[in-house]
Design a protein around this ligand. Structure first.
Ligand code: SF4
Ligand code: SF4
Length: 375
């Protein structure tokens, strides 16, 4: 495993960080706890020393599973990251209660890396209204959290404003070869690094969109490349090529993915991509840009919908229709996944979901378009 140095805190961190938003599932759709614990421990045994969770991942199961996984001597080997979902709190007392609940779920006394989760304009306003930064500073002085950071999903201008508003220890942004100029993007990465703020990367594979079921044209571009690599390897290497990147979080769902990621990120060096390699990635990126209609990462921040619509699945159907050129087979699965009474056509355009979408997708409009094609 490669390690990079958090310039502000001096810690040596593994380039691969274990994310826990997409843990392995059992047949009943619940998290496979034993497999998840075994994967987290395997990643640590192989040198990963950054483990990331959040209050809402898997409806709270993620924090509990991470807590279990870090027993038996694993806690001391890692930097543990967790995040404050301030938008879930109605007032300061509720915010503080969420914070306490996280320690109970994790069964730890100290959280090393504590982030304000998912900063967008309304989240940042609420954090200020509830004096979240003062609260976190107090908790840091008490030794309950070590480093204070934030994760971000809004425009570059807000990113710069947030970076300049507080002496952050680190931050976390979405970055992959499709999102170079989206949200904080590459410019945000450089902006933070120039101010000595270490950057953790999330969504390096765009929620699996860059690796799962490739469109024909993208597959053929990868096949034409002189060096044979999996789509995941191309995507990870593109992120790791940036020397400013400290940790790349990957929400791994299987041991195979973990082993592949360990292999890739033990080897991918900064500034190592050749011009030829970059050109192939650029070609793939423009091909995707032609095909993907809406950049949903499957994060589920938009859920639950009052009409019980499975929003990310619906958007996935819509995108696939264009990625696979209207293949009628895509329609076969639609009734199974989007069942009667909770279909996109049931959307009442209340837009409760849109407020929480980090990708700022016009969800109600997409529901309407999806219903037009599939219902
Ligand atoms: S706008 Fe539609 S999809 Fe979004 S929460 Fe309302 S009913 Fe659900
Ligand atoms: S619609 Fe937005 S919030 Fe919902 S899963 Fe997709 S990216 Fe996440």
């Amino acid at each position: 495993m490669q390690y990079r140095t958090f310039n502000k805190t001096g810690e040596q961190v593994s380039l691969l960080g274990t994310g826990t938003m997409r843990l392995p599932l059992s047949e009943d759709g619940k998290v496979d706890r034993l497999e998840a614990i075994s994967m987290i421990r395997r990643s640590i045994d192989m040198g990963v020393n950054y483990v990331d969770t959040a209050y809402m991942y898997h409806d709270g199961e993620s924090e509990k599973i991470v807590g279990e996984a870090l027993k038996d001597g694993y806690r001391e080997k890692v930097l543990l990251a967790d995040k404050m979902p301030v938008w879930l709190a109605k007032d300061e007392d509720e915010m503080k209660a969420l914070f306490e609940e996280q320690f109970k779920r994790l069964q730890v006394d100290v959280i090393d890396m504590y982030l304000v989760h998912n900063i967008t304009v309304p989240v940042w306003k609420r954090a200020q209204k509830f004096k979240l930064m003062d609260f976190l500073k107090e908790q840091q002085e008490k030794g309950r959290i070590k480093h204070i950071g934030f994760s971000f999903h809004d425009e570059l201008s807000l990113f710069k404003e947030v970076i300049d508003a507080y002496p952050w220890d680190f931050c976390q942004i979405q970055l992959n070869y499709m999102d170079k100029d989206f949200q904080a993007g590459e410019e945000g990465l450089r902006y933070a690094a120039e101010r000595n703020i270490p950057v953790v990367i999330m969504e390096p594979l765009k929620g699996g969109k860059l690796t799962d079921a490739l469109p024909r044209t993208v597959q053929s571009l990868w096949e034409q490349a002189e060096i044979k690599r999996t789509p995941a390897e191309w995507a990870f290497r593109w992120v790791a090529d940036h020397p400013e990147v400290m940790v790349i979080l990957s929400g791994m769902s299987s041991k195979e993915q973990l082993e592949e990621n360990l292999r890739i990120l033990s080897d991918a060096k900064p500034c190592s991509l050749t011009d030829k390699e970059r050109a192939i990635i650029d070609q793939v990126s423009s091909e995707y840009n032609k095909l993907i209609q809406y950049s949903c990462t499957g994060c589920k921040y938009c859920m639950p919908c009052p009409k019980k619509i499975d929003i990310p699945t619906a958007i996935n159907f819509y995108n696939e229709w264009f990625l696979y050129e209207g293949n009628p087979k895509i329609k076969d699965d639609y009734p199974t996944w989007l069942t009667e009474g909770r279909r996109p056509s049931d959307c009442v355009a209340c837009k409760a979901c849109e407020e929480h979408c980090p990708q700022h997708l016009p969800i109600s409009e997409i529901m309407e378009k999806t219903a037009e094609i599939f219902e």
